[in-house]
Design a binder for this molecule. Structure first.
Ligand SMILES: Nc1nc2c(c(=O)[nH]1)N[C@H]1C(S)=C(S)[C@@H](COP(=O)(O)O)O[C@H]1N2
Ligand SMILES: [Mo]
Length: 592
């Protein structure tokens, strides 16, 4: 059992025969119902595996299996080869190729220096893990949309079945497993761990790229990659015709590239990473909800779609780049990039094989290592990238939408409360509900439901960002947390607010989450009891659920049972700052 509530907070009275409801009704601190998560992922006790389907793309109302891309690409390739060969018999095309042989002169005569070869290797090493962890993140919500509210059926890409209509289908239900060799770590709903890989490797990749830029521009190597004249387009066309005709243009890679290479490398080195970064950041609640109009136009699902296009570009680039390296003089090419000489000996090939062996070993170890050392991955991920993400909490996100943006659909998530006590409260329309606010405050108190509703109500139309990838717009009505703070007056040593839920998390033990007080003072941080102008439904968190617009959805506790102010949270649960943090290895500050 991973449930060990008494280890840190021994209960004075041991009444094992109590029903769960009775236990909750007693004034036993809810803290004691927090459980300690395991430090590794035991896939036999994790969410049961669920396979997705082969990805499909929607054209209007028809879903097309992406495997069709294979025969279509083969036919197109065949047509391109035949057409290019015929074209090259035409005198005008021959004259064109004579005028534009393909090459763009770069004036680089130093070959590929060691720094360039090393950074090229780090780059290729990092990108594979970025891709794998990115696909794992996508598998947590295996649908991509152009619209902001993620209404089922409106996605343009999915690798999951249609959303069932005859039952509550939560976003966790929707997540799919991946093979361990593909995703990191493959097991279903391991987005917490995949995000650690993704963000840490992103950071390394960006630093690697920045160093690459600095060295490129300080050595003149940039001239290979940056098109300096419009001639690059006819040169690229000429190179494309020559490649397609299978009578390749000469390979002068040691000193300069042809137009097609230059364009492809320029996109890959400069444009794609910039788009990856921007489209990644647009998916953040703190950033998107701060950006105002730009955040509304380039909303999270546009960000996800563009981020996915960048993935497609990299997959396409890697496949064609490697193919071309292999079929345009393998040894020579590998000597250039892996050994730094302009010859046809086998040395570069051998170094290449050694680096590939390294990559394969790391590839095979990544998933099993992540499952086994999940807690360490979580901790080191937070250590390395957490501070940077935490910067997103610096500002007060104020973006709001209008009534017409409210969608008919809002994905539900989480495990509903299952106690008799809660059912009794719900049965009475929550008229008997009281919200205790305790801990490090000057005036602890319990608010009745009527008292809460008598406080000044605030309404806001905001976008919700679930860690899994979906978003949704709703209008929320409730009381601002800053009013609660004014009433209970946190003591100077109080640094965090803990929100305990009536419900358990998916592995048992109470759901809870911890917020810094700064977030509690934001103008849009409220305890909501209304959604879209109607009393909040139990599905979406009645009687009270938190809204904190600069954080991901899991931090917005639903079915709030009580609030406690604390100095630190290391002694709550596993000490990671919340249920998903303890049990699913999420980060504790997740504004991105
Ligand atoms: N008590 C509790 N609160 C919870 C959760 C949960 O599992 N239990 N899930 C969280 C997650 S992951 C999200 S995205 C939102 C979902 O809110 P919704 O169901 O209203 O969409 O609630 C959050 N609050
Ligand atoms: Mo979520």
């Amino acid at each position: 059992m991973r449930v060990d509530p008494n280890q840190l907070y021994p209960s004075p009275v041991d009444q094992p025969d109590d029903t769960e409801a009775q236990t909750r009704m007693r004034s036993r601190p809810v803290r004691e119902e927090l459980t300690i998560g395991e430090d590794f992922v035991d896939s036999t006790r994790w969410l049961p595996p669920r396979t997705g389907i082969i990805p499909r793309v929607r054209f209007f109302s028809t879903w097309v299996n992406i495997l069709w891309a294979i025969p279509i690409a083969a036919v197109l390739l065949l047509i391109a080869i035949a057409a290019a060969q015929e074209l090259r018999t035409l005198p005008s095309v021959q004259a064109f190729i004579q005028a534009y042989p393909g090459d763009v002169d770069a004036g680089v005569d130093s070959g590929f220096p060691l720094w360039l070869r090393l950074l090229h290797f780090f780059n290729l090493f990092l990108i594979f893990f970025i891709i794998r962890s990115g696909i794992q993140i996508l598998a947590d919500h295996p649908r991509i949309y152009w619209n902001r509210s993620c209404v089922p059926g409106t996605e343009w890409f999915r690798f999951q079945r249609r959303v069932p209509r005859d039952r509550v289908w939560t976003s966790k239900d929707d997540s799919v497993s991946l093979p361990g060799w593909l995703g990191i770590p493959g097991v279903r709903h391991t987005i917490g761990l995949a995000r650690k890989w993704h963000f840490v490797f992103d950071l390394l990749w960006l630093v690697n790229g920045l160093i690459f830029y600095v060295l490129l521009f300080s050595t003149g190597q940039w001239k290979r990659l940056v098109p300096l004249s419009w001639d690059v387009f006819p040169q690229a066309l000429s190179a494309a015709i020559q490649y397609a005709s299978l009578n390749f243009p000469p390979n002068h890679g040691w000193t300069h590239f042809n137009g097609l290479q230059q364009l492809a490398y320029f996109v890959t080195v400069f444009l794609a990473p910039a788009l990856a970064l921007v489209s990644g950041l647009l998916q953040s609640p703190a950033i998107s909800n701060k950006l105002g109009l730009a955040g509304r136009l380039f909303h999270r699902q546009v960000g996800r779609t563009l981020h996915f296009f960048v993935l497609c570009w990299f997959l396409f680039f890697i496949a064609t780049h490697v193919t071309m390296v292999f079929i345009t003089g393998l040894f020579g090419n590998l000597n250039h990039m892996f050994w730094g000489v302009n010859s046809t000996g086998p040395a570069g090939f051998l170094v290449f094989c050694a680096t590939m062996l390294l990559l394969v070993i790391a590839w095979m170890l990544a998933s099993p290592f992540t499952l086994k050392h999940a807690r360490s991955i979580q901790r080191s991920g937070e250590e390395i990238g957490g501070w940077l993400k935490g910067l997103g909490e610096l500002w007060n996100p104020t973006n709001q939408f209008s009534e017409k943006d409210i969608a008919s659909f809002f994905w539900p998530n989480g495990v509903m409360p299952k106690s008799d006590a809660f059912d009794a409260l719900a049965g009475g329309g929550f008229s008997e509900y009281v919200l205790p606010v305790r801990g490090l405050v000057e005036s602890p108190r319990a608010f009745t439901y009527a008292e809460i509703k008598a406080l000044p109500k605030q309404e806001q139309i905001t976008e919700h960002f679930c860690i899994q990838g979906w978003s949704g717009i709703a209008k929320w009505g409730g009381i601002p947390m800053r009013h609660i703070l004014e009433i209970v007056k946190p003591l100077p040593q109080a640094r965090f607010a803990v929100f305990y839920s009536f419900s358990d998390g998916s592995e048992g033990g109470r759901y809870y989450d911890v917020h810094r007080l700064e977030n509690m003072r934001h103008s849009l941080t409220i305890l909501a009891y209304e959604m879209n102008g109607r009393p909040l439904s139990v599905l979406h968190g009645a009687p009270l659920r938190l809204r904190v617009e600069n954080e991901l959805g899991f931090k917005m506790v639903k079915w709030i049972e009580s609030i406690e102010f604390v100095e630190d949270f290391r002694r709550l649960g596993s000490g990671c700052g919340g249920y998903n943090e303890d049990h699913e290895f999420y980060g504790y500050r997740e504004p991105i």
